[in-house]
Each structure stands twice: as C-alpha cells, then as structure tokens.
Design a protein around this ligand. Structure first.
Ligand code: SF4
Ligand code: SF4
Length: 412
C-alpha cells in the first residue's frame, strides 16, 4: 500500500501498489460539445486491433449515449451504487477536495467473500451484449416516458437532453487494473505511461476486468487472457509508416469526424505531477484554462482522459460525472478568451502529436455579447510544433472561405 497524491481529488489517497511514474504520459482531451456519435473512432479502432476471433465484443473505443447508454451496460451507475453502499451519503466534494471514498479506499472497508484491491464487479455476458444500447435516447420530463419537454431547448440546461460520451482506456496514473492483478502482468510504460497487459504473464483471472472502474480491460475467451487499449503505441513511437519517425496520435483520434479529439504526451515530474509546460496544448486546456475535466475523478485512478463537458446538460448530472470544475469549464467554453479560442483550432488539424503551440495575433473581426458577457473575435493564427519545436500545423481562428469555381453543377 502506498500513500500517493491524486491532484484530481486534491488530496493524498491509499493505492494498493507501489508508486511509479513515467517520464511522459499519454493524455487526451475530448470536446463533448462537438461529438456527433458517428462511431468512426469506434470502427477505426475495431478494424485495427479487435477484428479477430474472441474479440467480437471488444470495443476498446466506444461511444455511448448518456444518460441511459453504457458499455458494458450501466457500468458507471453500478459502480456509483457500490460506492454509495459502502459509504452512504459520504461521496461528496468539499470545494476541489473529494471527501468520499475512492475504489481503493472502499475496497478496504468492504470485505466480501473475496477481498478486492479495488471495489468493482465483473459485468455479466448480457451487459456486454449491446455496445450502443439506448443510442440517441434522451432524458425527458421527469416521470413522463417518451415525451419531449414543451419548454424546448434553452440554455443553461435543456429539459430534454442527451449527449455522446466517447471512451477509451484512460491509461490511469494509478490504474486499478494494474493494482488488482495478482500476477503483476499489467505494467505502465516508463516512456509514455501507456498501460499494457503482458500476454505471457496473464492467466485470465480477470481481476483487472473486475477492478477497472471504466470497464476497459476485456477478457478474450479464445486465448484466455485479457486485452485492452494499447494507445496505438507503435504510432506513439513513430513506427507507423505515415509518421516519418514522428510520434503520431492514435487511430481513434486521427479518424474523428467531429474534430472533438486532441491527444498528446505531457511531461511528468519526479513526484508524478504534470511538469509545467505552459504551451503544451493539453497542459493549457487541463491545467491553465481548466476547461477539460477528468471522467469520474472520484473513482481515484487519476484517469488521463479529459472532457470539455457538454454545455446543455443539467449541471448536477455533469458534476457527478466530471467533478466540481464543471461550472468554470462550461463558462469558459461558452465565452472563450482569445487564447482558448486559438488553441481549440488545433483539434484534428494534424495527426502528428503537437507538443507546443504559439499564437500570432491577427485583426479584430467582430464584437458581441454572449449570455450578457462581452466577447471579441480576433483572427489569430495558431501554430502547432513537434517535440523538436518544428512547425507541423498552422491554422487560423476564422476559417478561410472557399468558393468553388462555377464550372460543374456538381463539383464533388
Ligand atoms: S481505464 Fe481501466 S484499464 Fe485503463 S488504465 Fe485505467 S484502470 Fe486500467
Ligand atoms: S469519430 Fe469523433 S465525432 Fe465521431 S463518434 Fe467518435 S469521437 Fe464522436
């Protein structure tokens, strides 16, 4: 058992494994305001890694419709319920500090038939059956089924709402899958923090499947070992023929039609905290602008996936899912300052990993008010740089307007 600092909880916590930190950490930001649920990411992953026998049910990347969808079904509400049973009424935040119990702390309190290192459960076969159950099913007026609210869709929160939640393994800082494995078959790579299962050590006990709060470790019955998202590590290593040796984003990121995804590698200090890196776009979005938030931080694994929350969804729901930073994140996103607007343009402008950015100021385009707050749009240019500081992408806040030549009726 180690005492570790979890910055997402604002406190130290007990972690049932030795503490190790990588030099750099695989991390990503998904802007849920933009996801259109097209599942291109899902298919990009499936066709690359999980198209073989025994992998039929494996969707390392999935996109579920909240509030009702989930893969496996009800993965999050089930775990929230288990935590509530162990710590009734106590799963609360005090400002930015979490006062409740993580999956590791709750496991110490709940002594079941078999002790667990992280509170969890094994999903049933039925729960793995429908990767896209309740697709596009909204929450409507309370107590009335299959009806839209007559008040319609008005901010700050729609009365009838849903949103798409895209998920992959979070390559957690304190992985529950890794801590739970009795064979020490799971490890975190020192060079990029990617969490992998050593297929030769795994004996298929499925302790990782039980422990992962996000249910992203998956057992393969044809080989009797567990598999999981590998963060497309050959691409991170620059081994994809397309990369010319440069670290490249994963397949699911590169395929994203909605341009919701930005992935990178953040530098980690010796103490496990994110090293100051002001102009790394991920560092800026998560640590400076604080517009991107972790998924269920209260589970305690310090996930490295971050989400810009959808602005039309009731705040109570979002706060349970993304923690206490929701109001600030949505307020900043709705009325972005000059830098935030520029950095947002970097999403999906390159398949190579952007390690830093700089901004060249452009002319003022217009001024307006958004929800009573003044907003000015500048046509700044944002430049993304690779790890050696070389330019890999250049784009502007105002998208250039192209007019097709009036030559063919159908120019496609
Ligand atoms: S999301 Fe689950 S499988 Fe991935 S590193 Fe975290 S605990 Fe392990
Ligand atoms: S490809 Fe992008 S927009 Fe489409 S479902 Fe996946 S995350 Fe959403």
């Amino acid at each position: 058992m180690s005492q570790v600092y979890n910055w997402q909880l604002g406190r130290t916590m007990e972690y049932p494994h030795a503490e190790h930190h990588p030099d750099r950490q695989f991390a990503f930001v998904f802007n849920l305001n933009r996801c259109i649920g097209c599942q291109t990411c899902t298919m990009a992953c499936k066709s690359t890694w999980t198209f073989s026998k025994g992998q039929e049910y494996m969707w390392w990347n999935n996109v579920e419709t909240k509030p009702y969808g989930g893969y496996p079904q009800n993965w999050d509400t089930k775990l929230l319920g288990l935590l509530e049973d162990v710590n009734p009424g106590g799963q609360n935040w005090n400002g930015a500090s979490f006062e409740g119990m993580t999956v590791f702390e709750a496991a110490q309190k709940k002594i079941g038939p078999e002790p667990q290192r992280a509170l969890g459960y094994l999903p049933t076969d039925e729960e793995w059956r429908f990767p896209n159950i309740y697709e596009d099913t909204p929450a409507g007026p309370k107590g009335v089924s299959e009806a839209y609210d007559k008040e319609g869709a008005q901010l700050p929160a729609h009365k009838t709402w849903f949103f798409y939640l895209a998920r992959i393994c979070n390559h957690c800082t304190y992985p529950a899958c890794l801590a739970a494995c009795p064979r020490n078959a799971i490890y975190k790579r020192p060079e990029d923090g990617v969490v992998l299962v050593d297929q030769t050590r795994c004996r298929g006990y499925r302790k990782c499947v039980e422990a992962c709060p996000y249910k992203k470790a998956m057992y393969r019955s044809s080989t009797r070992v567990t598999e999981k998202c590998i963060a497309c590590y050959p691409r991170l290593e620059g081994k994809d023929p397309e990369t010319q040796g440069l670290p490249m984003e994963t397949r699911c990121m590169a395929a994203c039609i909605g341009q919701i995804r930005l992935q990178g590698l953040v530098r980690i200090d010796k103490d496990g905290q994110w090293a100051q890196d002001r102009y790394n776009p991920l560092y800026y979005l998560v640590k400076v602008a604080k517009v991107a938030l972790p998924l269920y931080p209260q589970f305690g694994t310090e996930p490295n996936g971050y989400y810009i929350p959808p602005r039309w969804v009731p705040r109570g729901f979002l706060k349970q899912m993304f923690g206490p930073g929701v109001d600030h994140a949505i307020d900043s996103y709705m009325v972005p300052d000059r830098e935030l607007l520029a950095v947002q343009q970097l999403f999906r402008k390159s398949n190579r990993i952007i390690f830093s950015y700089r901004i060249e100021e452009g002319e003022k385009v217009f001024e307006t008010q958004i929800h009573g707050k003044p907003f000015t749009l500048y046509n700044d240019t944002v430049i993304g740089l690779d790890e050696k500081g070389r330019e890999i992408v250049r784009t502007q806040v105002e998208e250039p307007f192209y007019v097709r030549p009036d030559k063919h009726q159908n120019s496609i």
